[in-house]
Design a protein around this ligand. Structure first.
Ligand code: PLP
Length: 373
């Protein structure tokens, strides 16, 4: 977490500890004002009405609320939803849940670079399609989907458009009006904010989106999400987003240069190394590569004390899920198991990139010698 975020949060743990929904005393009022200011900051960042921002415990909860809440609110008549094979497990598993309860769900494939063609959506539409759900940026390969075109298509066909923007918030400009997004999920801990706080943008006008809450209780957050508000977390989320927006343009350029340098160095030192995902339409801080002849887990373990990087997803806690994203790109099982993901961020600099490249190149050479004798 950015130390400036912690600094902004600290008084709301100790000094201003009031419950934001306590109407009468000064402690409640201070907490309520802090939440209102944070809501304004976050709403402004995505050009939303502050009243359309619902705070949650994270993006997992937000997409569960959006998908299950929308399905549970509707009639018993048949309803169809469209999503993509490379979505986050929170989205895919929520759709699996409503499918078991009777929803029709189409999961569109992507091309070999991870991109969806909006025409695929147009072709998949049914008369009773209610919502299209496409993430803005992929968490494993960083690929940016054409959300502008998809939003325009949904506007034309009067279909709801949801975007899991957890990887895009604070990294890319997002405007829910021009993108025609009705439901959007984001999370604080992906932008140097605290873990355990997220948002669901849910539009109340043009059109009004009605969700059935997952949690019943005191009716907080316009009845969408009952439970005492996480005041320090919400304050930290707003601070983290504010800081991300301030440096967005310069950080994007800086990270892209470092990311490309890391790729060049690795490609020079590792014969056969290949990029996974689209070379241009992707996040600046993402590098996912396939290193044929190694097993990704062995490489990560070999370097565990000096470099932290990942197998495809960090989001699955169950036995290693051989990345559904890389499989959707058409990679063979050995290639999926030979792929790793590097995430570059605010603390990454040129020295760390060079050190990482050297360490990875040396470890790959050792592992390949072991494999091939
Ligand atoms: C991290 C992530 C999530 C889950 O967010 P949490 O706040 O950790 O629950 C959902 N979608 C995407 C694209 C993510 O990167």
């Amino acid at each position: 977490m950015d130390p400036r975020v912690l600094e902004a949060m600290a008084p709301y743990f100790t000094q201003f500890f009031g419950n934001a929904d306590s109407k009468h005393h000064v402690f409640g009022r201070i907490a309520r004002q802090a939440v209102a200011a944070a809501r304004d900051t976050i709403a402004n960042a995505i050009h939303a009405d502050p009243g359309d921002i619902c705070f949650t415990s994270g993006a997992t909860e937000s997409v569960n609320l959006a998908i299950k809440g929308l399905f549970d609110c509707g009639s018993n008549s048949p309803r169809h939803f469209i999503t993509v094979a490379t979505e986050h497990p929170a989205v895919l598993d929520s759709f699996r849940r409503i499918e078991a309860a009777g929803a029709e769900v189409t999961r569109l494939p992507v091309d070999a670079r991870g991109l969806l063609d909006p025409q695929q959506i147009a072709d998949a539409l049914r008369p009773h399609t209610q919502m299209v759900s496409v993430m803005a940026a992929n968490n494993e390969i960083g690929v940016l989907q054409p959300v502008r075109e998809i939003g325009a298509l949904c506007r034309e066909r009067h279909i709801l458009f949801m975007s899991d923007a957890t990887q895009a918030l604070g990294q890319l400009p997002l405007d829910v009006q021009t993108l025609n997004i009705h439901l959007l999920a984001g999370s604080a801990h992906k932008i140097y904010g605290p873990k355990g706080v997220g948002l669901l943008y849910c539009r109340r006008r043009d059109p009004k989106v009605t969700l059935r809450p997952l949690l019943d209780g005191g009716g907080h957050e316009r009845g969408l999400r009952s439970g005492t508000l996480n005041v320090p977390g919400i304050v930290g989320f707003a601070k983290a987003l504010e800081l991300s927006l301030e440096v967005m343009a310069t950080e994007t350029a800086r990270l892209r240069a470092l990311r490309d340098e890391l790729f060049q160095l690795l490609a020079q030192g590792i014969p056969g190394l290949r990029l996974n995902g689209h070379p241009d339409h992707r996040l600046a801080g993402n590098l996912n590569v396939c290193i044929p002849g190694i097993v990704n887990e062995s490489l990560i373990i070999a370097l565990a004390e000096e470099v932290a990087f990942s197998i495809g997803s960090a989001c699955s806690t169950t036995a290693v899920d051989p990345s559904h994203v890389l499989r959707a790109l058409g990679l063979s099982s050995p290639d999926v198991n030979a792929s790793v993901r590097f995430g570059l961020g605010r603390a990454t600099n040129d020295a760390k990139v060079r050190h990482t490249a050297q360490a990875v190149i040396a470890a790959v050479a050792r592992l390949r010698r072991q494999t091939f004798g």
